[in-house]
Design a protein around this ligand. Structure first.
Ligand code: TYD
Length: 139
């Protein structure tokens, strides 16, 4: 949605099932854990620490980013305000609403970013130019 701001972006905590016998943790995401139906799953890995991913906005797509391993920063911009969120807990993910510019960087060694998306891949849903994004947001 065009009018969304960075204030609509939230952290969703995925319940953690801690094993009594010291066998580690288990977290589960079901379709009703998120405010959208999961239509696509992809993941980023082997990202060099000086590389940036993202650098685009979506018109309609909703995404949930989860740091399955390691950590990375997500820079979020709505054309007016910006903020940076560090994701570093495998059970705390970031729900990004449509109409938000995002850049991912500062990946730790071995970081894996799981992305759950509300739709299949569609290049027409992308805004990949920041000036075009600002025009889209009317700022
Ligand atoms: P890109 O959008 O540049 O990745 P990121 O936002 O993480 O930096 O996508 C990289 C390439 O992968 C580009 O050619 C499009 C392709 N791609 C798909 O084919 N399907 C997908 O679901 C995604 C996310 C990307």
């Amino acid at each position: 949605m065009k009018s969304n701001t960075i204030h609509s972006i939230s952290i969703i905590e995925i319940p953690k099932i801690v094993d009594d016998g010291g066998r580690g943790n288990l977290s589960v995401i079901e379709n009703n854990s998120l405010p959208f139906n999961i239509e696509r799953v992809y993941y980023l890995y082997d990202v060099p620490s000086d590389a940036y991913r993202g650098g685009h906005a979506h018109k309609d797509l909703q995404q949930f980013l989860l740091p399955l391993s390691g950590s990375f920063d997500v820079i979020l911009k709505d054309g007016g305000n910006a903020k940076t969120v560090t994701l570093n807990k495998p059970n705390k993910g970031l729900l990004i609403v449509p109409g938000i510019w995002r850049e991912l960087g500062n990946f730790s060694s071995g970081a894996v970013c799981l992305v759950l998306a509300s739709d299949v891949y569609n290049e027409d849903d992308y805004i990949r130019d920041y000036e075009a994004f600002k025009n889209y947001k009317n700022v």
